[in-house]
Design a protein around this ligand. Structure first.
Ligand code: HEC
Length: 161
């Protein structure tokens, strides 16, 4: 930000306004916007009060993953539904007793459910499986860990990463 150069640009804009075609004025004005620094918020450029980097939070908690991905099919109350196909309830579902089964379904997919190993990482799978096993009337309290998930992970290659 440079107040003097901004003043010069504005003065120039004013001078041009008297003589120039509107497009030229618009050009000068938009140049001055991009030079004007942090007082202005240009469209598309997020400004944080502290000036730090802006990041989009990834879904990290099990609840966030559930709400962003799973509930589209399994519904907000996890009771599933019957429409074009049958979506099983996760609510009060005794098949969630063992962690391996829900982990495997999420990682590899099953029937009408796509595999999620391409869009979720093992920590996110662990979080969401823990979430469904401890909510919606399920009380399988032992948390699923990232390592539990990695053991069942289907990687594109044999290498662990
Ligand atoms: C595109 C729709 C869709 C999405 C999104 C989806 N599921 Fe499913 N899910 C299904 C269908 C359909 C089945 C039944 C598959 C079968 O048995 O053929 C299923 C089955 C399951 C099962 C096994 C239930 C049982 O009783 O056998 C679990 C556990 C599960 N899903 C968890 C999840 C979790 C956790 C997520 C989010 C990461 C998720 N699903 C996202 C459609 C979906």
């Amino acid at each position: 930000m440079n107040i003097r150069s901004r003043a010069v640009v504005l003065a120039l804009s004013a001078a041009l306004a008297a003589i120039a075609a509107p497009q030229v004025l618009a050009q000068v004005t938009s140049d001055s916007e991009s030079l004007s620094g942090s007082n202005k918020t240009a469209p598309g450029i997020a400004q944080k009060p502290g000036g730090g980097p802006t990041t989009t939070p990834e879904p990290v908690s099990g609840q966030q993953v559930y709400q962003q991905i799973c509930q589209a099919c399994h519904m907000a109350d996890a009771k599933g539904g019957v429409g074009a196909g049958t979506i099983p309830a996760l609510a009060s579902n005794p098949k969630l007793n063992g962690a391996a089964y829900p982990i495997t379904v999420v990682v590899r997919g099953k029937g009408g459910m796509p595999p999620f190993s391409t869009i979720l990482d093992p920590a996110q799978v662990a979080a969401v499986v823990t979430y469904v096993r401890t909510n919606f009337g399920n009380a399988y309290v032992k948390p699923v860990t990232e390592d539990d998930v990695k053991k069942l992970w289907v990687a594109p290659s044999a290498n662990d990463h």
